[in-house]
Design a protein around this ligand. Structure first.
Ligand SMILES: *[C@@H]1O[C@H](CO)[C@@H](O)[C@H](O)[C@H]1NC(C)=O
Ligand SMILES: *[C@@H]1O[C@H](CO)[C@@H](O)[C@H](O)[C@H]1NC(C)=O
Ligand SMILES: *[C@@H]1O[C@H](CO)[C@@H](O)[C@H](O)[C@H]1NC(C)=O
Ligand SMILES: *[C@@H]1O[C@H](CO)[C@@H](O)[C@H](O)[C@H]1NC(C)=O
Ligand SMILES: *[C@@H]1O[C@H](CO)[C@@H](O)[C@H](O)[C@H]1NC(C)=O
Length: 420
């Protein structure tokens, strides 16, 4: 019997008794379904007819549920995209996941969940991603069957191939009949990656902030520009003590000296970039809160570069009203929309900013390499460019996995790669 196959090959947890009970229940449910005419008000059938399936090839009556998504904003975005792409592989709608509002690393039980749609616009996401991936609400469930658990494997022996073949098994007949597949175990950020960068890019493109956060970001940008529509530079400066300790360790492990940049190195390299831009020009410093305490971050910039951080802009109060994830989302938006962005190629935050800027760049028809056009240019200050300044930086959209973006790289280039 298919169903028993599904459970016995895949489930690691459920006891035989439980399986048999479930089997009986499902058989009963099937019998009832087969014998009785389908009632008109079956929730999924009703909604299925409402939206045109030819425009929406992802099934909206089968769902995937994933564990709470944790860590920094950009780890959360990557984890979310990975959950979406897993749902796509299973041809299922992803049930609205929980993100995490605050930044707690180890004690997951302290991480305050925040629904996806408190940060990102649910309707916009579904409309932009129609036909590719879809999100659904728990209220759309008919609850006719209890969820089928998919326990993610872990450890060295749990290879990428095994992971993929487990997913494929859950796509097959008997498992596929379940309304909900619930993945348990690790945070989706730690799942094996089976998708090329361009698939992630498609998901990120559908992520629009909710209006309230979007307005806050626009207010900050307007303050940076002094109320006029002038160009500005955004620098994602990682020089706080925690980062310096972390990046020195990574430098040792990878035998490189291209990860940690001092404040002097950053200011010099930004000055070099700015030599081709009109002056004076505002420079927004996206920095950790710990650097706001002393004002020294604002000194040492070349004349004509006007540095701002949250305090000097007078928006510190605005930020402090919000939880961590919202604050990070505002900073991300400010960096995304900057005329020039300068970041660290070993930061997930910087890497995702550059990925989305590269997409915008392609969309504007600016070509597949950097060229001489500075609008929407991005740079990595931790890597020395040919002109003695920071290296120009674009995301290789043809990369086969997101690894270099998730964990950082010093192999950045000015080529977009195979576009599609
Ligand atoms: C999902 O299933 C529908 C209906 O069976 C099919 O038309 C569509 O191509 C499938 N989509 C994917 C991404 O597998
Ligand atoms: C979180 O979990 C850890 C261990 O699992 C426990 O020691 C700690 O007390 C928990 N904290 C709270 C607030 O529940
Ligand atoms: C199914 O269960 C979920 C919670 O698990 C609930 O939100 C939803 O309303 C239920 N659906 C129906 C049709 O009862
Ligand atoms: C740079 O690209 C932007 C957007 O495509 C365009 O508006 C602008 O005119 C370009 N500037 C130069 C100097 O080519
Ligand atoms: C650097 O990246 C390019 C593509 O972006 C790739 O072809 C090349 O193999 C990479 N080099 C190293 C040393 O990883």
């Amino acid at each position: 019997m298919d169903f028993l196959n599904c459970m016995s090959t895949i489930s690691h947890k459920s006891s035989l008794v439980f399986k048999c009970c479930l089997l009986l229940l499902v058989l009963l449910a099937f019998r009832t379904l087969m014998l009785s005419p389908i009632p008109k008000n079956f929730p999924w059938i009703a909604s299925y007819h409402l939206s045109n399936p030819s425009h929406n090839p992802i099934r909206i009556n089968k769902f995937l549920e994933v564990p709470q998504i944790i860590w920094g904003l950009n780890n959360q975005k990557i984890a979310f995209a990975r959950a979406c792409l897993t749902a796509r592989l299973l041809n299922r709608t992803l049930l609205l996941p929980s993100l995490t509002a605050n930044l707690v690393y180890k004690e997951i039980n302290l991480s305050e969940p925040i629904p996806f749609n408190k940060v990102f616009n649910f309707e916009k996401f579904n409309s932009l991603c129609t036909g590719f991936v879809q999100l659904g609400h728990y209220s759309s469930l008919s609850n006719r069957t209890s969820p089928l658990e998919l326990q993610k494997g872990s450890g060295r022996k749990w290879t990428k191939e095994r992971d993929l073949s487990q997913l494929q098994q859950f796509k097959e007949g008997s498992c596929d009949k379940f309304e909900v597949i619930r993945i348990t175990g690790k945070n989706p950020f730690l799942w094996h990656d089976h998708w090329p960068v361009k698939d992630y890019a498609k998901v990120f493109r559908c992520l629009a902030l909710v209006d309230e956060i979007e307005e806050e970001a626009s207010k900050v940008i307007s303050k940076i520009q002094g109320g006029e529509n002038v160009p500005y530079i955004a620098v994602h400066m990682r020089i706080e003590i925690d980062w310096m300790i972390h990046c020195k360790k990574v430098e040792q492990r990878l035998h490189t000296s291209q990860i940690c940049s001092s404040k002097e190195e950053i200011t010099n390299r930004v000055a070099k970039i700015a030599s081709g831009l009109p002056r004076p020009i505002p420079v927004y410093l996206a920095i950790a809160d710990s650097l706001l305490k002393d004002g020294s971050i604002l000194s040492g910039w070349e004349e004509g570069l006007i540095p701002f951080e949250k305090k000097k802009l007078g928006v510190w109060d605005v930020y402090q009203k919000h939880p961590y994830i919202t604050q990070a989302a505002i900073d991300f938006e400010v960096c995304l929309r900057a005329d020039v962005f300068v970041g660290n190629s070993y930061s997930t935050f910087s890497s995702l900013v550059v990925l989305q800027r590269t997409e915008n760049w392609i969309e504007m028809g600016s070509g597949a390499s950097c060229g001489g056009n500075l609008s929407f240019a991005s740079y990595a200050y931790n890597i020395l460019g040919e002109d003695g300044g920071a290296q120009r930086w674009m995301t290789d959209m043809s990369a086969l996995s997101l690894e270099s973006i998730s964990y950082g790289t010093n192999n950045i280039s000015c080529e977009v790669g195979g576009m599609s």
